[in-house]
Design a protein around this ligand. Structure first.
Ligand SMILES: N[C@@H](CCC(=O)N[C@@H](CS)C(=O)NCC(=O)O)C(=O)O
Length: 228
């Protein structure tokens, strides 16, 4: 039985979608990052990066959401595009684009838009600019195609969907007017029954909702009221 270490936020959502799409049996293990559970020694033994998600499959331990997607796709043979170089090369490129561009820049844009203390104008402008730049690339890519790679729904779409859900929080409520193709993609994936089930996992546990000082300390340790 797979053990899926989960928090209701974008990177774990990618894995939740794969697990629900594939029907693989799994046990959900909540990791409440606003309570600091990502820093507990038992969790760090699974994911030394102290972030969610992680996956344990018998003796195999995988951390980092895109690594987990690749692991599960290779393990099951599901949600991979056609195995020809001109298609697989696109899969690796767009998967890493989401992993190293969409995710980190969107995450930092959220941090500076919603949580960082002043002064933050320069950092906010930089991450807002970069987040927009990445999302506009995706929007242009999706203008002429249904899915990110090839003709089928793949792990790249799962990775993108998880962050597309957060676009208004990342870029502001007006963002969809400028990203209509991303919105079409989001609606199409969100309508899949597995996506509905993946979203419902957020209710599986009473995760801490408040972003109070203790949560800030856990998630942004450099801001700690009592530095370690
Ligand atoms: N590169 C990692 C990033 C994981 C990550 O940032 N996870 C967030 C949730 S989306 C988290 O656990 N944050 C807790 C923290 O930063 O302390 C991945 O893709 O898995």
């Amino acid at each position: 039985m797979l053990k899926f270490y989960y928090h209701p936020s974008p990177n774990p959502a990618k894995v939740a979608l794969f697990l629900e799409e594939s029907g693989l049996p799994y046990t959900l293990v909540p990791v409440d990052v606003r309570k600091g559970e990502q820093h507990l020694p038992a969790y760090l033994a699974i994911n030394p990066n102290g972030k969610t998600p992680a996956l344990v499959d018998g003796d195999a331990v995988v951390f980092d959401s895109n690594a987990i997607l690749l692991y599960l796709a290779v393990k099951t043979g599901k949600f991979l595009p056609r195995n020809v170089p001109e298609v697989r090369s696109q899969m690796y490129s767009w998967l890493m684009f989401v992993a190293t561009g969409i995710g980190p820049f969107s995450g930092q844009a959220v941090h500076f838009r919603h949580f960082a203390p002043e002064p933050k104008a320069y950092a906010q402008q930089r991450y807002d600019f970069e987040a927009w730049r990445h999302w506009r690339i995706v929007n242009a890519h999706l203008a002429t195609r249904t899915w990110m790679v090839g003709e089928e729904f793949t792990i790249v779409d799962m990775a993108l969907w998880a962050w597309a859900r957060a676009v208004p929080f990342v870029l502001g409520e007006a963002a969809w007017a400028e990203l209509p193709h991303v919105k079409r993609f989001l609606d199409q994936v969100s309508a899949r029954p597995a996506a509905v089930r993946a979203e419902a996992l957020a209710e599986a546990h009473a995760f801490k909702a408040e972003m109070d000082q203790a949560a800030m300390d856990a998630m942004y340790p450099h801001t700690q009221s009592t530095p370690v």
